[in-house]
Design a protein around this ligand. Structure first.
Ligand SMILES: Cc1cc2nc3c(=O)[nH]c(=O)nc-3n(C[C@H](O)[C@H](O)[C@H](O)COP(=O)(O)O)c2cc1C
Length: 225
């Protein structure tokens, strides 16, 4: 528990589903997963903010936040950039679509450069209607999030048959194994909190930009000579 406000982390949860359609039923299963994660982390004393891509109204033309001149990005991108900067840790929630991570989540995250996410941990939460809980998407998300600089903690949360586990409000159903789910998820939350606190302390001691400059113009800045 981190109820002490000194230890409270600012956790930004990304909900990776924009599907408002059936079949398959139920629509937007991710909504209840996000509610559950929010309730759990708030219960552990964290400050939690949810990013819902349905509220973002992204332009169909892809122009990332980092492609605008400083201060000239549209309000919704600028505001999310500030939330990303302010966060100590991230929770990335994704359904599995064709054994891959949510394209909506990848598209949203692609709008922001790694310098905004770097030197902070993330937790991967995947779910599915079927029996694998998004495991294949989760493995691929490790690479994606590592490249963004928000290193995923080792414990992942994978939720098979998520509609049978959670109510629409994000509570565990009566017949769900409450102790089992709390232990399983608690491992990931505990790792996220440990790394989140450690990274925040270290960022306060040493500004990461003084040890490794962010890529500001082109990814080729990381190339070997
Ligand atoms: C386009 C599409 C692809 C899917 N691919 C997978 C898959 O690869 N593995 C899986 O377990 N479930 C798959 N499903 C089923 C999803 O697990 C299920 O529909 C879930 O509710 C999706 O999350 P959402 O409701 O938040 O969109 C797929 C569903 C859709 C719509």
């Amino acid at each position: 528990m981190n109820g002490d406000s000194r230890n409270r982390l600012n956790v930004l949860i990304f909900l990776g589903s924009v599907r408002v359609s059936t079949p398959p039923r139920p629509s937007r299963l991710g909504d209840r997963v996000a509610r559950f994660c929010t309730q759990e982390l708030v219960g552990r004393g964290q400050e939690v903010n949810l990013v819902d891509p349905l509220q973002m109204a992204l332009d169909p033309v892809f122009k990332p936040h980092f492609a605008y001149r400083k201060g000239k990005a549209p309000e919704h991108l600028e505001s999310l950039a500030q939330s990303i900067i302010a966060a100590d840790a991230y929770v990335m929630i994704s359904p599995e679509y064709n054994h891959s991570m949510s394209p909506a989540l990848a598209h949203l995250l692609n709008h922001f450069g790694s310098s905004l996410f770097s030197y902070k941990p993330s937790a991967i939460v995947t779910y599915s209607a079927g029996q694998w809980g998004g495991a294949r998407a989760a493995v691929a998300m490790r690479t994606f999030l590592s490249e963004l600089g928000c290193l995923p903690v080792s414990a992942m949360i994978q939720i098979p048959r998520a509609a049978e586990v959670f109510t629409q409000e994000g509570s565990l159903r009566e017949n769900a194994d409450e102790t089992g789910w709390r232990q399983y998820c608690g491992r990931a939350w505990a790792q996220l909190e440990w790394w989140g606190e450690a990274a925040r302390t270290q960022r306060e001691l040493v500004d990461p930009e003084t040890v490794a400059k962010p890529f500001l113009s082109t990814p080729s800045q990381r190339n070997a000579p």
